[in-house]
Design a protein around this ligand. Structure first.
Ligand SMILES: *Cc1c(COP(=O)(O)O)cnc(C)c1O
Length: 820
């Protein structure tokens, strides 16, 4: 199909016309996209089969990555590039009068995640395949992804994201691999010849049907698998022919409750609502996945006593921690292991990544809920806790306080993070500073007990997606200068340091950025009717809207710049375009109020002729992977301004850096490591340090009101929020005002304001010196290789999972390619 241009053209046209029964010119863009995507999926199937054969034959150790979220983004462009057939397809389609770029726009971007955690999982899959690591993943095929964000009168409105409407061309339904997952019911015990047997009865069965999505390696014939579970009903207990009205209602209720399990993605940061459903989703994911992987393992003749030598299971945050008691259940109740042996196997198999220290995101589930929904799993959790607490008691007799603080079960709740730590042999944080905070503060008691479990794995991003695929102009320029070696070995990007003083290269770099900015400008013009000047500084703040990420600080600063221009209309200012994008959790009032404020300020600024050429504010709707890919290549400045200590790592910061944007940021998360990489003179640092923030949290001593009195600029930007200056958003802006003043500014927005203003002043000055700026930009790109997720995944593979790339793990035949 993809051997050469002519055979591609012929195959494409034949399939398109025969499938849809119309001539090429009558087909829609969507039909053309779909045809191409299906051709690609079929094309990789040979390699897919070969990859699995290869893994089987070598008996290599595998890792299974379990995550409640995957933000895969669009796949067509990325896979065509990975397969080395992008140009061939683009040229072939062009001959047929079709633009490949336009077809790419037809692909839906499945929103099966809410933010960084889900995108990390996707980048990790990309790296595992690129590095030829036997790594597969499990997730949920939510019928509705994270809501689609619309803005109405400056407010966020959530629209269901039914991404499957037009079908999803990358998935293959594998009904033959379905498994049953059980909820509710009763457990009774029986003692037979001195052994306890557990019987689970009266449960409700849900069918878990997997959909397979291929994960295509970069030009290496490796195709790994992402399995997404869909929840379906099993009607076998109902006699459809003799259904009473009551039975009918019962059946419909059952169908509804079953299908709800994979109905919607609950963003992790929306608390309270849907607790029961969320627990069901979590257990559904882990039970289906473990049953599946154990089945596979046994079918290959694997000996369960050697499980940790052959399989590693990684849980992405605490959401899948029920996998630990589920593994115990399978090993004990189904496979006949005793507790001790089952526990050792489990702990040696599991590893866990902590993604946050935010108290509200550390999951705790009410015991009675778990007990009712998952009676057997609860018994196991209870026993894990008993044994764990007994061990602690032996080491710290009488230290009730310590034991209480560390218990898996306490105060009527199951603490999922404690379960994950106790049940894993490795616990990692996601940046150096975050891991230090885990060890020294948040999880310190656990660190004292088992220091050997704790380690750091700084997050990374796929340079193939975020540079090679998302920024073709820059990729081309880099490869022309230093060759294409950086694609296989991203650390090779540092060869760009050799051309740091090469003026013509720096000019070219600036031209690429300018082109990308023009492209984004025309997108903004098309979509919002607002002209933005590609010569202005493109300053981007794109991520989930959250108090700790401090979009409020940014917009208050923009408002300050505006008011200052109104006072001094002739003031010189480098033209600035502030770009925002991000979703707020549906029940997160404060974050939604920030979105409203951004829109109110934008409205004011964008309409005001006095500031016309100097200031623009744009909020781009419906943030997701695809929008990120549009904005990041065009950004000059990357806003990474979280309250220090609160951002575990951030990966947005790395994407911007890799695309040559300069960071303005706090010493938080991976910003610390970006600073180490580029040096203090190439990053605009401001604000409180993490220790200072944590010190204030622990001991107080900060008075927001005092700042309000002392610094004129603060009332200048805050008064209008409550004075009727804005003609809408009255309640929201009061709430923001009171969080800063009455609640004493828990995220230190006002505290960091002064230092943020001066960082921006330094930044503006630096931008005026174009040579200096371009050099700074080049340094970002040159040093970004260390943030490739390839490096991160190598460390996971070596230090946690102990798995090796398929080439190193033994003698293998090279699989042959279908088209060679
Ligand atoms: C990278 C990414 C994130 C994470 O961004 P942060 O700035 O690290 O919070 C969230 N959403 C999408 C779509 C992303 O691509």
């Amino acid at each position: 199909m993809f051997r050469d241009k002519e055979s591609f053209k012929q195959a494409f046209q034949e399939r398109l016309e025969s499938f849809y029964g119309k001539s090429l010119t009558e087909t829609t863009q969507l039909e053309r996209y779909s045809t191409l995507a299906n051709m690609v999926r079929e094309h990789v199937s040979t390699d897919w089969i070969q990859t699995n054969r290869l893994y089987k034959k070598t008996g290599a150790k595998k890792v299974y990555y379990i995550s409640m979220e995957f933000l895969m983004g669009r796949l067509l462009r990325s896979y065509l590039i990975h397969l080395g057939i992008y140009d061939l397809c683009a040229e072939g389609l062009e001959d047929l009068g079709i633009s490949l770029r336009a077809l790419e726009e037809e692909e839906r971007d499945p929103g099966l995640g809410s933010g960084g955690l889900g995108r990390l999982a996707a980048d990790f899959l990309d790296s595992m395949a690129a590095l030829k690591l036997p790594g597969h993943a499990y997730g949920i095929r939510y019928r509705n992804g994270l809501f689609e964000q619309k803005i109405v009168d400056g407010y966020q409105v959530e629209v269901p994201d039914y991404w499957l409407q037009e079908g999803y061309d990358w998935e293959v339904r594998r009904f033959d691999r379905s498994v049953e997952v059980h909820f509710g019911g009763k457990v009774w015990m029986e003692k037979v010849r001195g052994r306890l047997f557990f019987h689970h009865e009266g449960y409700e069965s849900v069918l878990a049907v997997p959909y397979y999505v291929p994960i295509v390696g970069y030009r290496n014939k490796i195709v790994n698998t992402l399995r997404l579970w869909s929840a379906e009903s099993i009607f076998k207990e109902f006699n459809i022919n003799a259904l009473s009205e009551r039975d009918y209602t019962r059946m419909m209720d059952y169908k509804r409750s079953t299908e709800a399990i994979s109905g919607f993605l609950y963003p992790a940061d929306s608390t309270l609502s849907g607790k029961i459903l969320r627990i069901k989703q979590q257990y559904f994911l882990v039970s289906a996945s473990l049953q599946d992987l154990i089945k596979r393992y046994k079918r290959m003749g694997g000996d369960l006593r050697r499980l940790p030598e052959k399989i590693a299971i990684h849980i992405n945050d605490t959401h899948p921690s029920l996998a630990i008691p589920e593994m115990m259940r399978i090993l004990m109740d189904e496979e006949g292991f005793g507790w001790e042996e089952a526990w050792n196997l489990t702990v040696q198999t599991f590893s866990y990544t902590n993604h946050t220290i935010l108290a509200e995101a550390l999951e705790k589930w009410p015991i009675d809920m778990i007990q009712k929904l998952l009676p057997r799993i609860y018994m196991i959790i209870h026993e894990i806790n008993e044994r764990f607490c007994q061990d602690l008691w032996k080491k710290h007799p009488g230290d009730w306080d310590r034991i209480h603080q560390m218990a898996v079960e306490a105060d009527g709740q199951v603490k999922m993070a404690h379960l994950a730590i106790v049940g894993s042999h490795s616990v990692n944080g996601v940046s150096e500073i975050h891991t230090d905070i885990l060890k020294e503060k948040v999880m310190n008691l656990f660190y004292q007990e088992t220091p050997q479990k704790f380690n750091n794995k700084t997050n990374g991003i796929s340079h193939r997606r975020w540079l090679l695929t998302a920024n073709p102009r820059l990729s081309r320029l880099i490869s022309e200068q230093i060759g294409g070696g950086w694609i296989e070995n991203p650390l090779g990007l540092n060869r760009l340091l050799d051309v740091l003083d090469n003026c013509s290269f720096l000019d070219e770099l600036q031209k690429v950025k300018r082109k990308n900015k023009e492209e984004l400008s025309s997108y903004v013009k098309r979509k919002y009717g607002i002209p933005i000047d590609p010569a202005s500084i493109f300053d981007a703040h794109i991520k989930r809207i959250h108090a700790y990420k401090r979009q409020l600080l940014n917009i208050l600063h923009v408002f300050y710049l505006y008011l200052r221009l109104k006072e001094e209309p002739n003031r010189e200012m480098v033209p600035h375009t502030f770009l925002f994008a991000g979703k707020a959790a549906p029940n997160y009032y404060y974050a939604k109020a920030i979105i409203k404020l951004i829109h109110s300020v934008a409205d004011l600024v964008n309409r005001d002729p006095t500031v016309k050429d100097r200031l623009k504010v744009i909020f781009l709707e419906n943030y997701g992977v695809t929008l990120a890919e549009r904005i990041i290549p065009a950004a000059d400045v990357s806003e990474q301004i979280s309250t220090a200590s609160q951002e575990a790592s951030g990966t947005g910061n790395m994407k911007f850096m890799m695309n040559g944007a300069i960071t303005i940021g706090t010493l938080d998360g991976a910003n610390v490591e970006i600073l180490e990489a580029v040096g203090e003179e190439n990053l605009f640092l401001f604000g409180l340090k993490a220790e200072e923030v944590l010190e204030y949290y622990a001991r107080g001593g900060y008075q927001a009101r005092e700042l309000y009195r002392k610094d004129d600029r603060i009332p200048m930007v805050l008064e209008p929020l409550v004075s009727g200056f804005f003609h809408s958003g009255y309640e929201e802006f009061h709430a923001l005002y009171h969080s800063l003043i009455t609640d004493n500014d828990p995220f230190f927005v006002l505290k960091d304001f002064d230092s943020y203003v001066s960082a921006h002043e330094r930044l503006e000055k630096a931008y005026l010196d174009r040579d200096r700026w371009n050099r700074m930009s080049l340094i970002q790109i040159a040093q970004s290789g260390r943030f490739s997720s390839d490096g991160t995944i190598r460390k996971y593979a070596d230090e946690i999972w102990e798995i090796r790339s398929i080439e190193e793990s033994g003698q293998i035949d090279q699989p042959t390619r279908s088209d060679s």
